[in-house]
Design a protein around this ligand. Structure first.
Ligand code: NAP
Length: 291
């Protein structure tokens, strides 16, 4: 037999296998996004603790969890670590949602982030989230059930870098690794620990007012989020965000780095200009008033 006699069947078989693999992946994605039954969240316990529930994703998540019949402990602002231990003492806490998060008001270079904002970002995005896990995990371990949901960010996961939001993205990378690792430590003790990765959601943080297919409303996001609780260490629960992750993965890192940097540098310039105009106006008012 000649070599050519094998070429066509081999190429056909390779083609068939790769089409089959992609089809299985696609069907699995459809199942995960739209068809898989959500877990019965009441089985984890009768209470859920949600941080950063005054607005945005946290508020919508609180409503969604309440609609599933869970009792809620909501914490926001400085409450988080100070009073949470007292608040949850004796409660059958089944779910913790570490949602509170802080970013810069607008993109800025690393050296332009003032120390106070840096400290707040560390505190809210990493410290509070870690202490919250520390508060609820022992109780969950005693019952051998519980779910912890940490809200991460696409900035640390689906793109190779997130310049001009460096600290924010870095703290979210911490949260993703924390979730992955403690999930491995405690999965066998019945605790489901997960980091969810939103891309864009129309909230105060992003200053995006209109939602669309790719920019989820907090309500749409929270519905998808709650459906995914308990499934996997890292996930993107909303289907259009997952599609964006797929597209980002297909693009070269250099292109993404360049695109994100250029965009945020432009936004930074506009925001700085607005800030200096505002300052000048305020100074003018003070001078006028003192005359
Ligand atoms: N929106 C998006 O596109 C997007 C994308 C990726 C990830 N995320 C993540 O999703 C989570 C929710 O964000 P969001 O968009 O819903 O933002 P948001 O509308 O600004 O809400 C943020 C929440 O965090 C709380 N928070 C802010 N600073 C705090 C502080 N110093 N101490 C305690 N709590 C504080 C706020 O409570 P107070 O008002 O009481 O301070 C508020 O309830 C964050 O972790 C964020 O990083 C959002």
């Amino acid at each position: 037999m000649e070599l050519e006699d094998f070429t066509i069947p081999i190429v056909t078989a390779i083609g068939f296998i790769s089409v089959l693999k992609s089809s299985v992946k696609f069907l699995r994605w459809v199942w995960v996004m739209f068809l898989r039954s959500p877990k019965n969240l009441n089985e984890y316990g009768s209470w859920a603790v949600v941080t950063g529930a005054t607005d945005g994703i946290g508020k919508a998540l609180a409503f969604e969890l309440a609609s599933k019949g869970l009792n809620l402990v909501l914490c926001s602002g400085k409450q988080i670590v100070e009073i949470i231990d007292k608040e949850i003492k004796g409660l059958d806490v089944g779910i913790l949602v570490n949602n509170a998060g802080l970013a810069y008001p607008y993109p800025r270079f690393f050296l332009d982030v003032d120390l106070e904002l840096m400290e707040d970002i560390f505190k809210v995005n990493m410290e509070s989230a870690t202490w919250m896990v520390l508060s609820v995990l022992p109780g969950m371990l005693r019952k051998k059930k519980g779910a912890i949901l940490n809200i991460g960010s696409a900035s640390s996961t689906i793109v190779p870098s997130y310049p001009l939001f460096t600290l924010y993205a870095a703290t979210k990378a911490y949260l993703a690794m924390l979730s992955r690792s403690i999930s491995v430590e405690y999965k066998h003790s019945g605790i489901d620990i997960q980091c969810q990765i939103p891309v864009f959601v129309a909230t105060k943080m992003t200053k995006l007012k209109e939602s669309s297919i790719f920019i989820a409303s907090p309500e749409t996001y929270s519905k998808a989020s709650v459906r995914s609780i308990g499934y996997g260490q890292i996930c993107t629960p909303y289907w259009a965000h997952s599609l964006q992750w797929f597209i980002a993965n297909a693009l070269p890192d250099t292109l993404l780095n360049w695109g994100i940097l250029s965009y945020f540098v432009a936004v930074n310039k506009v925001a700085k200009l607005k800030e200096s105009k505002k300052k000048a106006e305020q100074q003018k008012t003070v001078v006028d008033e003192s005359n």
